[in-house]
Design a protein around this ligand. Structure first.
Ligand code: FMN
Ligand code: SF4
Ligand code: SF4
Length: 618
């Protein structure tokens, strides 16, 4: 089958080489959703207009997200015979300047450049497996993908027996990237073992965790890598149909996938008798309606069947044995499939050389929160948290103190500074009371209240609960009421122990991962930040000065210069004052929005936030 692929591959490689050796400039714009949100399409238009105006011939290409969402819009320029230069934070006006300065006047605009290299700017700590092509190739070009050894894994797999493929996947140690870290090969094998007239392969691209966008980026930047992985899985387990379950809020990912599927069909890489092997595999897209619980395997299957998306009651058969329409169904995450083709093509030793013994390969994280360089990162499993936050993420934003990092999305936990040397892998994070999840990582600074964080994530889980288990439905609501009371200064002695007791009962009494992990943010913040809960309960104090009900805004008359800025900005008309008269805040009217604090110039810093019992409080 590799022979059948060879002509397609040679043509693609020759196109790619022509592009690399092109005698005109090539301009690449990062136009995934993050780039578009920052104006990538306007930048592309501006570049096109300027090239026309200056009568310059150049190729302008769209690429996916390389991960540096903090510096969008990213534009790369390769002039013939010169290294690739990456420019950051480009606006339409800057892009016009850039085109004229660099392409006409030979001024490479180093002031706008963040990297001059033949490769994409990546720091040494990152390793690209899942995101290897994102930001490098045009996701709408199957030839770009073929030129990067695309579909070589599939062609090789079609020359192997299903069992040989499964043995390779098992040997590679690949664990599911959807959160649980279940060994992929074992799941594939149980699907293969079941005898059935029809089997299905489903890719879980529901990605409902707040702040997570890893899967979206892979689908937008390199859709063929997922399609190829699914086709290999189909051949391995004996499935002829695959479904990509993508949430409808991901229109660009869906568009890129539709284009990629059509291109693969046209080249006989999907459809009937793939590469002359006799293997048929069709791929469809199903658009999910955006409920977090539909990411759970049995709920997802029901939702495709047109039924209400809620986890099946226990005891339930495994999806791998009885899934979609009652047939054996292999469900894996986007990133799991994106690893597969490379494992088959490059071999298990290569894959195992990255990461740790128990967790080979890489982890992709959406690094967000109070961090200097937010965006997508891909790191080898086992890297220390500290390296991610300080070396890759550039440390906590605004030079503030690091307080915690939350991994694993709404079901994960918050880890304190003492855990910064923790290796990042499925097992270490779980042992520390958090989890890998599918890859959300939120950094928090000293202005973040841990009670408030626990409240936020618990509220998310409560809203997303399907409601069929009483502990999940009613228990999380009761926990939320207690947390609300604590953050409003109405907490009582015994509340912390009660939260722990309830959290453990909810974990035990829920039938799906949502309820089984919903208390995690509360339990982990109590485990590592108990004193913060105690301060709220005993001293009516929010140490981070974030809980509105526990803070008071006042003006220090000695520092106030009566500039009047806070008075003008206050939306509640709570501030009084006159020229040359120190201003004052009426506590009754103050809504605690904090605008005055932001408005007061640093050189005066007259607005004060106090918390905790005052002498007058009872
Ligand atoms: C509430 C809930 C939401 C989930 N959401 C996702 C999701 O968005 N994407 C995903 O791949 N897995 C999600 N999972 C995990 C899936 O049930 C399943 O384990 C996973 O898709 C299997 O793929 P993997 O083995 O490649 O990790 C979720 C689980 C639960 C309980
Ligand atoms: S644990 Fe929660 S979300 Fe899961 S099935 Fe029960 S009620 Fe529904
Ligand atoms: S902004 Fe600051 S200095 Fe100016 S009036 Fe308000 S408190 Fe005083």
């Amino acid at each position: 089958m590799r022979k059948t692929l060879e002509p397609l591959r040679q043509e693609a490689i020759s196109n790619w080489q022509k592009l690399q050796n092109f005698d005109k400039p090539i301009i690449m714009v990062g136009a995934a959703t993050c780039g578009r949100a920052s104006g990538a399409l306007d930048v592309m238009h501006a570049i096109g207009d300027k090239l026309k105006e200056l009568d310059i011939e150049a190729i302008v290409r769209q690429v996916g997200c390389v991960g540096m969402c903090h510096s969008e819009v990213l534009v790369d320029i390769i002039k013939p015979g010169r290294p690739r230069i990456t420019y950051a934070n480009i606006t339409p006006d800057l892009s016009k300047e850039l085109v004229e300065d660099y392409l006409v006047h030979e001024n490479a605009r180093e002031d706008l450049a963040i990297c001059v290299s033949d490769d994409t700017p990546e720091d040494d700590l990152q390793v690209r497996v899942v995101m290897r092509n994102c930001g490098h190739i045009d996701p709408n070009s199957i030839t770009d993908y073929l030129a990067q050894d695309g579909y070589m894994g599939l062609a090789k797999a079609l020359e192997m027996t299903p069992q040989e493929i499964i043995d390779e996947v098992k040997e590679s140690g690949l664990r599911g990237r959807g959160g649980g870290g279940f060994p992929a090969g074992r799941k594939w094998e149980s699907c293969l073992r079941v005898d059935a007239d029809q089997k299905y392969v489903i890719c879980n691209a529901d990605e409902g965790d707040p702040g997570a966008f890893m899967d979206r980026s892979v689908l937008e930047g390199d859709p063929h890598s997922v399609i190829e992985g699914m086709a290999i899985a189909g051949y391995a387990i004996g499935a002829t149909k695959g479904i990509l379950y993508v949430r409808a809020e991901y229109p660009l990912a869906i568009r890129q996938l539709k284009i990629a599927i059509e291109q693969a069909k046209e080249r006989n890489l999907l459809g009937k008798n793939i590469l002359g092997s006799g293997f048929d595999f069709e791929l469809d897209i199903f658009q999910g309606a955006g409920a977090f619980v539909c990411g759970e395997s049995t709920a997802l299957v029901l939702s495709i069947e047109g039924r209400r998306g809620m986890p099946k009651p226990l005891p339930r058969p495994r999806t791998s044995e009885e899934g979609l329409w009652g047939k054996p169904t292999l469900l894996n995450n986007v990133k799991t499939f994106a690893c597969v083709a490379q494992i088959i093509h490059r071999g298990t030793d290569w894959f195992k050389s990255i990461g740790t013994e128990n967790c080979p390969g890489t982890a992709v994280f959406a690094l967000t929160g109070k961090i200097n360089k937010s965006g997508l990162i891909e790191v080898p499993m086992g890297i220390q948290l500290e390296k991610i936050i300080n070396d890759i993420g550039g440390g906590v934003a605004g030079g503030r103190a690091f307080k915690a990092v939350q991994t694993g999305g709404p079901s994960g936990g918050c880890l304190p500074p003492e855990m910064l040397n923790l290796p990042v892998d499925f097992d270490s994070l779980t042992a520390a009371g958090s989890m890998m999840g599918s890859g959300g990582m939120v950094v928090m600074d000293d202005t973040t209240c841990m009670v408030d964080v626990a409240r936020y994530f618990l509220e998310f889980s409560l809203e997303e609960s399907c409601g069929q288990c009483t502990p999940c439905r009613a228990g999380t609501e009761q926990m939320l009421t207690i947390l609300n009371d604590i953050s409003q200064g109405k907490g009582r002695e015994g509340d912390i122990d009660l939260l722990v007791e309830m959290g453990e009962a909810i974990i035990d009494g829920s039938i799906c991962g949502l309820g089984q992990s919903a208390p995690n943010p509360v339990l982990s913040t109590i485990r590592y930040f108990r004193e913060e809960y105690e301060a709220h309960i005993r001293n009516k104090e929010c140490p981070a000065k974030a809980c509105k009900e526990l803070i008071t805004y006042t003006i220090d008359a000695e520092k106030c210069s009566a500039c009047g800025r806070c008075l003008k900005a206050c939306p509640s008309e709570a501030i009084t004052g006159a020229k040359k008269t120190p201003h004052a805040i009426d506590a009754e009217k103050c809504d605690k929005c904090g605008i005055c604090f932001t408005e007061c110039p640093d050189r005066f810093a007259a607005i004060q936030i106090t918390t905790g019992r005052t002498e007058n409080s009872n």
